[in-house]
Design a protein around this ligand. Structure first.
Ligand code: GAL
Length: 373
């Protein structure tokens, strides 16, 4: 009897040890895979949405999720190190500073943990397996084209004053947005139809650290004081995202001497930006359906874990329309295979179409369109 009990104990012990070694298991005894998700910030609205969507999509498919919001690059390096030490099965990272993670990700490479660069490209490393984002160049092109269509200089034959406000130089996307917009505006600037009174037409001159609304506000105040204090009209500001667009509008309201409101562009469909569009302030935003982006990232992560090849043959299996691009996103070490979703313009004319996504609704007074909470 004693011998049987001892044998049973040994069997139970072995079982417990085996389960512990394999991590958690699902109800069929199959080990549950863990996804490490690292988002850059909670203070920019879209990133907390991305975080929620990624978590719920992975959990719905039976994954265990470890999620971090880093806020700054040192904390992000720390967050990634912890997840690598925890042996997560795959890492999804939206970087704070795309060029500062090469050393940290060497450990992921050593441990063969696949890495998906989420929304923002991670630079100078071969640890990244693929990139899931929107067509960033197209985002900028949509902003530039919006300004051209609104002012239509070819038809009026007039000249217009415009200014440019770009994003964070530590975010590889910011240059793509700027280049997309500038390539559309450039012929008009070169022909003299568009004048940039500040003379600031290069990315380095108009980049805004951390996509900061405050910095965008102060920079616009300075521009207005230096180049528009004689009462010069400002017709449009190409602004790369919503928060900076709202900062620019605040500066216009406090410091601009003119009477007509310039066309100001944005990106992300933040709640405050949608309100501003409906109030006739911000002219437009570029909407990026981040629920779709998260779902595409989940499908691509599964494909990687199943050992599938990442190429255009995967496009048919993805839950949202994407293109596959293997040449545009060179991170300095490799051309990263990229799945790119399609951005769209939202302005006062089509803002209600957001409700059709199921992610937005009318507020309780039926006045504003707000994200579904
Ligand atoms: C970019 C992102 C944009 C916007 C911006 C500011 O990388 O693609 O959607 O959110 O950062 O956070």
């Amino acid at each position: 009897m004693k011998a049987i009990r001892k044998q049973m104990m040994i069997i139970i012990l072995c079982f417990v040890t085996a389960v512990m070694a394999a991590g958690c298991a699902d109800k069929h005894g199959i080990p549950v895979k863990t996804v490490g998700i690292v988002m850059p910030s909670k203070s920019i609205e879209r990133w907390s949405r991305d975080g929620d969507y990624l978590r719920s999509s992975f959990e719905a498919k039976g994954y265990h999720v470890e999620m971090r919001f880093s806020e700054d690059i040192l904390r992000q390096i720390d967050d990634i190190q912890v997840l690598i030490a925890d042996d997560v099965d795959v890492l999804i990272i939206a970087s704070v500073d795309g060029a500062a993670l090469s050393r940290t990700l060497e450990d992921a490479l050593i441990k063969k943990i696949p890495v998906i660069s989420y929304d923002r490209l991670i630079m100078n490393t071969d640890a990244v397996d693929c990139y899931v984002s929107f067509d960033n160049y197209r985002v900028g092109a949509l902003q530039g084209q919006y300004i051209v269509d609104a002012l239509h200089p070819d038809q009026t034959g007039d000249t217009y004053n415009i200014e440019l406000v770009a994003g964070d130089p530590a975010d590889n996307n910011a240059r793509f947005f700027f280049n997309g917009a500038y390539d559309v505006l450039k012929p008009y600037i070169e022909s003299g139809r568009f004048i940039v009174p500040s003379g600031k037409t290069s990315f380095d001159k108009v980049a805004t650290p951390a996509w900061s609304m405050d910095i965008a506000f102060k920079n616009m105040q300075n521009t207005l004081a230096s180049y528009y204090s004689d009462g010069k009209r400002l017709d449009a500001v190409m602004c790369s995202n919503d928060r900076m667009g709202l900062g620019v509008l605040n500066a216009i309201h406090s410091d601009y001497l003119g009477t007509s409101l310039p066309i100001v562009t944005g990106q992300d469909a933040d709640e405050a930006a949608l309100q501003s569009i409906m109030d006739g302030q911000l002219a437009m935003t570029v909407y990026k359906n981040v629920r779709n982006e998260a779902d595409v990232a989940v499908s691509v992560a599964e494909a990687i874990l199943e050992g599938k090849t990442l190429d255009d043959s995967l496009l048919g299996e993805l839950p949202a329309e994407c293109s596959f691009d293997k040449t545009s996103y060179d991170n300095g070490v490799q051309k990263v295979p990229s799945f790119l979703l399609v951005p769209e313009v939202i302005d006062a004319k089509n803002i209600e179409s957001l409700i059709e996504t199921g992610l937005f609704t009318l507020d309780e007074n039926g006045k504003y369109i707000v994200p579904v909470s």
